[in-house]
Ligand binder design. Sequence first.
Ligand SMILES: [Zn+2]
Length: 154
Amino acid sequence: MTAAALPNRPAGMPAPNDNPVEGGLWRAAAQGRLDIQCCEACDKHRNPPSAACIHCGSFDWRWDTMPGTGVVMTYVWIPDPARKGQDLPSPYYNVAVVELDGVRGPPARIVTNIIDAWQLDDLQVGQRVELACIKLSEEVGLPCFTRVAGSAGQ
Ligand SMILES: [Zn+2]
């Protein structure tokens, strides 16, 4: 699948920023993992990546590999006219907020795409999802998700 035909990436969208603060998230996704930051001082997870802990302010942190499962908290469908003429099952893509499993401390969430959901009825709040990374290059990927069968939300 070419970058232009990815279900969740408008043509021309730049690759993720592989910098020291957030690069680990994208590099892990290239290898099929979901890594998020964990504070070395208070041992709480956080996402999105930040230089300092949102809980205690410490600048000491590490990457932890998460289970890669979670629950859709909210989502939106976005029509993309640039997708016309592409071999895709829908003129829409979704952007979802997933609350991650395995987090220490307050809930950590990720803004992502549910890449096997194409129609408006395909997503519900409470839907269980699992990691399905899209490798963009040898260096970086996108931590996306797919629906877990039989786990529709309330
Ligand atoms: Zn902390």
